[in-house]
Design a protein. Structure first.
Length: 255
């Protein structure tokens, strides 16, 4: 019984603020809370239908298929749409479930602008990493064989991984975030391929996006601390407003 209570307290600490934010948004707004996610799911499903038709495969590949061997300007133009083009060798329901669940949580918790920024930055990191990895070669650190230059690189997985890490950072779900990162490292150990290494690139981008605003907030708090200390009377302790307790559903302030 004591173990169950301990586990329950740990779960509330880990997921309580995140669950409270999701429950409030879904209860009050339902699908209106995630319009971007609904549009992303519909676009992914539409592209899957089109690319599997006799007439649609070519246009989808021309607009959204990215390969490391492609000229860089073309790859950069195709990268945004490539996020929503399901990989042909994977079941489409997996891509749709990833977008619906992770994009939906991120849209509620981080906002539409931040969700789009993180998703695009992670996808772009994968596009650029593939070129660097092929240039480094299979014998270099995180390098790739030359044959990977011809692999069609599409799908939302890199964006999903980055969004999951950013949500965990924002709501201080450290254990869950660590599990996501550990799972991606284990993926590389089990299946050392382009997709797995792109997930590591996406994690690196996500951690950088989380670290920059955190460092900025820390510097701002330090400057405020110094200013308050200089402006107080002798013997009077400075008032640190950042020590006030946050509400249970309020995420860590960033961006």
């Amino acid at each position: 019984m004591t173990g169950a209570r301990t586990l329950g307290r740990a779960a509330r600490r880990e997921w309580g603020p995140l669950w409270a934010a999701l429950r409030t948004a879904v209860a009050t707004e339902r699908l209106r809370a995630v319009p971007m996610t609904v549009a992303a799911v519909c676009l992914t499903a539409l592209l899957q239908v089109v690319q599997n038709s006799s007439w649609g495969y070519g246009p989808v590949q021309a607009l959204g298929a990215v390969r490391a061997e492609d000229p860089l300007p073309e790859a950069l133009l195709r990268t945004p749409l490539s996020l929503f083009v399901p990989a042909l060798d994977l079941p489409v329901w997996g891509a749709l479930a990833q977008v619906l669940l992770v994009f939906g949580i991120a849209e509620i918790c981080l906002g539409r602008r931040r969700t789009l920024l993180i998703a695009y930055a992670a996808t772009l990191a994968g596009t650029l990493y593939a070129r660097i990895g092929v240039a480094v070669g299979p014998d270099g650190f995180l390098g790739l064989p030359g044959s990977d230059a011809q692999v069609v690189d599409t799908g939302p997985s890199a964006a999903v991984v980055a969004l999951a890490v950013c949500v965990c950072c924002a709501y201080r779900a450290r254990f869950t975030g660590g599990l996501v990162i550990a799972a991606m490292v284990a993926e590389i150990a089990v299946k050392n391929n382009l997709a797995g290494k792109e997930h590591l690139a996406a994690i690196a981008v996500a951690l950088a996006l989380c670290a920059v605003p955190a460092l900025r907030a820390r510097r701002k708090a330090r400057r405020q601390d110094l200013g308050e200390g200089a402006g107080t009377r002798s013997g009077a302790p400075p008032i640190r407003s950042w020590n006030l307790r946050r509400g249970p559903a309020q995420r860590t302030s960033w961006w």
